[in-house]
Ligand binder design. Structure first.
Ligand code: ATP
Ligand code: MG
Ligand code: MG
Ligand code: MG
Length: 486
């Protein structure tokens, strides 16, 4: 079986090209083309949406696609598939990952062939022991009038999968949708048992085989599509972890050069792969966050999505700031550190995605500039907080206007929860009710004027503030909503 991530990726592509006659297509940019329903490309199928919907331009090359395969750059931060809050906390979710996929359009092949090819690749080419694999199929959704997908169950049984390893789940798990609208359908998934023989299985999801048959319309209704299609996606990082025998994607050769560079650049103890409470001081989490985020930043900037004020650029800016905070506050990284990791990303991914090499200088510049700007804002913010504290009485709340001026209204652009954290360090409480009032007024004002493209970012902010108000407590870095506030 192939060993390096590069060999694993290549083996996937040549399996579908050489053994099963698929045409290889390049990854699309992570910036969705002409699809306002998405912030980032979140699955391999995104670029084929016009084929599924039957709206493909008959003169385009895509109109001739029947069976294709590729390795697609995906970003899941914001939107329906948002994994940002899991990154760093667990060992299998990334904001950027590569999705290996194969497709059969218009009934070129369907469930039986798709499952058979997947099983052949995993067990014969990659040599994964069959008893480590589990599969799931769609158990139906009576409320939506959708039947169980017993066909998929029977296919797995006929392929020799042991009945106790074939499980059914509801729409949450086994009905795949790309966004709030768009092509969708029942899916059958292949999971890998990290624990192995014996005790309770510890499953990580590896490969999703979706049978696209419907379109979710804006009113929430499912509309049958003119044709049926196969759409599959498997996370390369997880597959490589399985094949390299590591429990986590971070211990593969996709991430270890980055972890090594972090250790050297920051002079911290080596990465130990601890999670949760065992990860004292959250050093390992910081390693993971920084390694994950610098990949996402590099890939996005190479594709022309740069940190900015609304929509996808705003999400990217949060990602950058989260990386800066973890690198400086936990790992004590020197200024300019993030930019120094970009060449490592380019080295690991540049052969597969040449745009990274092409734009590497620009990526370094942008990351470094933004890191410096954020560090300067932090310093200036600390100064303003100190000045304000000097004129407050011991039991006074920190004035909402000052907090607001430090945060999104533009002056400093610090995330609000960060402002609160800085106040907490100083032992002072924020006038949260006053701040929520200010935010409400500002949001109403801006919504009246906003262009549609800006609304998404704004609604997120309002949502975060509402949340804050309801809970009546400042969110901490560990609170699950951390990444979504301002
Ligand atoms: P999970 O349940 O683990 O969040 P998912 O069901 O959201 O995964 P799918 O939308 O089915 O994932 O995507 C297909 C495949 O892409 C998954 O089976 C997995 O291997 C991979 N994948 C999904 N999300 C991520 C991620 N955030 N990081 C790395 N790989 C991912
Ligand atoms: Mg998910
Ligand atoms: Mg899943
Ligand atoms: Mg899935």
């Amino acid at each position: 079986p192939p060993a390096s991530a590069t060999a694993v990726r290549d083996a996937f592509l040549s399996f579908f090209r050489d053994r099963h006659g698929h045409r290889l297509v390049p990854s699309a940019s992570v910036r969705p083309r002409g699809d306002p329903s998405l912030l980032f490309v979140n699955a391999g199928m995104n670029q084929f949406k016009p084929i599924f919907l039957g709206t493909v331009d008959p003169r385009s090359e895509m109109a001739g696609f029947r069976r294709v395969a590729n390795s697609q750059k995906c970003v899941r931060a914001g939107g329906r598939h948002n994994d940002l809050e899991d990154v760093g906390r667990d060992l299998s979710h990334h904001t950027f990952f590569e999705m290996l996929g194969n497709w059969a359009f218009g009934g070129e092949y369907f469930k039986e062939e798709a499952c058979r090819m997947a099983w052949e690749l995993l067990t014969q080419v990659y040599g994964i022991p069959e008893d480590r694999l589990w599969v799931s199929y769609f158990g139906g959704d009576p409320k939506a009038g959708l039947d169980p997908d017993l066909e998929s169950r029977d296919i797995w049984l006929s392929l020799g999968v042991c009945a106790s390893h074939v499980l059914s789940f509801g729409p949450q798990e086994n009905f795949w949708e790309m966004g709030n609208t768009g092509p969708c359908g029942p899916c059958t998934e292949i999971h890998y048992d990290l624990a192995g023989r014996g005790g309770a299985p510890q499953l990580v999801e590896l490969w999703n085989l979706v049978f696209i048959q419907h379109n979710r319309e804006a009113d929430g209704n499912l509309q049958p599509l003119p044709q049926r299609h196969v759409d599959t996606g498997m996370g390369l990082e997880r597959l490589v972890a399985v094949l390299q025998g590591t429990r986590s994607t971070y211990d593969t050769d996709l991430f270890s050069p980055l972890l090594d560079a972090i250790q050297q650049g920051c002079g911290v103890p080596p990465y130990l792969g601890r999670v949760g409470a065992a990860d004292e001081g959250r050093t390992d989490m910081a390693y993971r966050v920084v390694a994950d985020h610098i990949r996402t930043l590099s890939v996005c900037i190479a594709d022309g999505v740069c940190p900015g004020m609304s929509g996808a650029p705003l999400v990217l800016r949060r990602i950058l700031r989260r990386a800066v905070r973890f690198s400086t506050e936990v790992l004590r990284a020197p200024p300019g550190f993030l930019g120094s990791l970009v060449p490592v990303v380019v080295e690991t991914l540049g052969d597969a995605y040449p745009e990274l090499r092409k734009h590497s200088a620009q990526i370094v510049n942008l990351v470094s500039e933004d890191e410096a700007a954020f560090l300067a804002s932090l310093q200036r913010g600390r100064h303003i907080i100190d000045q304000t504290l000097r004129r407050l009485g011991p039991s006074d709340l920190f004035p909402a206007e000052v907090a607001w001026s430090l945060s999104l209204s533009g002056n400093l652009g610090l995330p609000l929860d960060l402002v609160e954290l800085m106040l907490e360090e100083k032992g002072v409480r924020l006038d949260s009710a006053g701040l929520a009032r200010l935010a409400q007024e500002e949001a109403q004002h801006r919504l009246r004027q906003a262009e549609p493209a800006q609304e998404r970012g704004l609604q997120l902010n309002v949502h975060a503030l509402g949340e804050l108000q309801r809970r009546g407590v400042p969110p901490t870095d560990d609170s699950p909503k951390y990444n979504y506030s301002l």
